[in-house]
Design a protein around this ligand. Structure first.
Ligand code: NDP
Length: 312
């Protein structure tokens, strides 16, 4: 595996706000980082439309623009940003061995994992068609665009419950569509949902079609799974909150993952179960999931990698 190996002091896997921020800090610390961008260069933010909650953009920006800016900033200090995927890692000994889909083997003294998480979708064709035009997987990011309007949120877990109460403060009415007759969310979150006057529960129902006028969403068709009857909800937005899948497949067996397959880090740090391997952003965070918190942990990971190299 080492025959054609290339060496780096710091390898960054993933190119969302966590990866790019790690790259900016690592490059400025002279670690000459090599970044593999992954399947979705720029990460999840490139699938949203506008971003109004990232500090420093008083008029807002788009996910694509922000990621282009972050890339330029990382490259300005010497990050080697590459298009490609990591297909195999071996963290058993240092330098760590990383295989990429272009056939390279990279020997890395430190690794920063910032591969993110992927929102789960319902899988409807109409859902994909209206993504960014009324269909969203992030209420904190997009809820603001639906002020005073009616929206639906799909899911029955803590995220759906939290996002439903968040949306209820902005929107006229929130339909919470859940496939069963009881919520999975914690009791505290359930109480919050039940005590919010403008949230209406739509129990035992699954979405069957996002309705639109070919430009934006105008409704959601749901089917009662107990009776088979369909109903149209007149909404301008549909939020899907049915969970996320962390992008950790390639790290299984190499690092400690929690029961939902997120990378476990030592609280207050980005250190993983392997010295010299750090994790930043949504791949280790199923709680906040914000670009700004991902960027913050990306910065932490680069500082920790630099300190690790200095002391080893
Ligand atoms: P969960 O996996 O907990 O919940 C997903 C929800 O989506 C479930 O209600 C599930 O239904 C529903 N669902 C899944 N697939 C489908 C589908 N195809 N169609 C319709 N509905 C579907 O994910 P969350 O993102 O809510 O939470 C992830 C973790 O993060 C949990 O451990 C949660 O407790 C935690 N969390 C904690 C928070 C807090 O403490 N404040 C805030 C947010 C998350 P069903 O119930 O029938 O399986």
């Amino acid at each position: 595996m080492e025959d054609n190996a290339e060496k780096t002091r710091c390898m960054i896997i993933g190119s969302g706000p966590a990866g790019y921020t790690a790259a900016i800090y690592a490059a400025r610390a002279d670690l000459k980082p090599v970044m593999y961008q992954g399947l979705q260069p720029g990460g999840q933010l490139t699938t949203t439309s506008e971003i109004d909650n990232f500090p420093g953009y008083p008029s807002g920006t788009t996910g694509t623009e922000m990621m282009e800016d972050l890339k330029k900033q990382a490259e300005r200090f010497g990050t080697d940003v590459r298009w490609g995927l990591v297909t195999e890692v071996n963290f058993e000994e240092r330098p760590f061995k990383i295989k990429t889909d272009d056939g390279k083997v990279i020997l890395a003294e430190t690794v920063i994992i910032a591969t993110g998480a992927t929102a789960r979708w319902l899988g409807l064709e109409s859902e994909r068609r209206y993504q960014g035009f009324g269909v969203s997987a992030c209420a904190t990011c997009d809820g603001f665009f639906f002020r005073g309007l009616n929206v639906a949120i799909v899911g029955g877990g803590d995220t759906a419950a939290e996002e439903a109460t968040y949306l209820a403060k902005l929107c006229k009415k929130v339909y919470m569509v859940h496939r069963r007759g009881e919520l999975r969310a914690s009791k505290a979150m359930q109480h919050k949902v039940m005590n919010t006057a403008n949230i209406e529960m739509v129990w035992n129902s699954k979405p069957v079609e996002v309705v639109g006028d070919n430009k934006v969403v105008t409704g959601l068709m749901v089917e009662d799974v107990t009776t088979g009857q369909s109903r149209r909800l007149d909404v301008d937005g549909v939020f899907v909150a049915i969970g996320h899948t962390p992008n950790t497949e390639v790290f299984k067996g190499q690092l400690n993952l929690d029961e939902a397959a997120y990378i476990v880090t030592i609280p207050g740090t980005t250190k993983t179960s392997i010295d010299g391997v750090f994790a930043a952003g949504d791949v280790q965070d199923h709680h906040y999931r914000q670009a700004v918190t991902a960027a913050g942990t990306g910065c932490m990971a680069a500082i920790e990698a630099e300190r690790f190299l200095s002391s080893n």
